[in-house]
Design a binder for this molecule. Sequence first.
Ligand SMILES: *[C@@H]1O[C@H](CO)[C@@H](O)[C@H](O)[C@H]1NC(C)=O
Length: 341
Amino acid sequence: MEAELTVNNRPRVGFLFALVCTTFSLSMFMMSMNTFMYEGDVPFDGDEVLDYEEFRGLGGPIELDHHKHSDVNEDVAKELSKKVRVLCWIMTAPKNLDKKATAVKKTWGKRCNKVIFFSSVTNDSFPTVGLKVSEGREHLTGKTIQAFKYCYQHYRNQFDWFLKADDDTYIIVENLRYFLSHHSPNSLVFFGHKFTPLIKQGYFSGGAGYVLSRASLEKFMVDGGANPFICRQDGGAEDAEIGRCMMKLGITAGESLDVFGKETFHPFVPIAHLEGHHPDWFYKYSAHKPRKGLGCCSDYSISFHYMSPSDMYLMDYLLYHLKPYGLVPQPGKVEHFKSDT
Ligand SMILES: *[C@@H]1O[C@H](CO)[C@@H](O)[C@H](O)[C@H]1NC(C)=O
């Protein structure tokens, strides 16, 4: 009997020991998982969604010294930058210099053949050119005409195209040149994201940026810039007023879709277009029905708007630094734009 008990008890003790061990290690595991999951107050679901804005843009300007020590072949882009010379001018304000205008200067601005920042105050150290018009939304039309006038007076013979952008517009300058290389700077045309309701031939969203050919700038300044009967000199909505003025001058609002019918100039941030998350007015105003998903945006897109300084530094990193190894684009293999000739 004793022997039997001993024999029978041994496995029971072993089972209990194993059970205690398992429970102990399981609870240790759960505890460690708990620590792992909640450390840093980052919830994975529920109402407490991480407020990304709180963690963005606090580091100030980032130095992205692009292309140095990199394995990117820039020959095609460099060649194009000699043939398609783009002057970019940016509408900014004194209070925006430190963050917004600085982000433009440190990212896409430096890729233009020339970049000029216009403000209401001249600042020789940034530098900005002060325009003699009041600050504020209601004076954007006046500021825009003055800025184009400055470009015309100082640079009309040195550049082929003249781009207007805001300090929260991000331009992929290489793609702008690629698109423009299909058009002549001598034709009376300008390009951007087309809106239709107010002006028959359409006009271009101010925030997505728009670009005038050298011939258009000349016509604009010689025949309309100072003539209040053709171009409203101030007030109104800047983009619509410039569009109306261009139409009266016989300057065509050109098309900038790629050969797949995808937009290139975008009035919102990339994710808004991808997710198709837009205000209602956007669907009513856009000349081409906005699409969501990859149909939204050309692979050779030119501009995005409402880009925060952080968005700009991130975009620069994604476009000019981060690369999936082994995927090498081949310029010219697929033609993405049609020529107007
Ligand atoms: C001029 O620009 C610099 C930045 O480059 C800024 O630090 C300075 O405050 C600006 N000056 C004025 C008067 O706004």
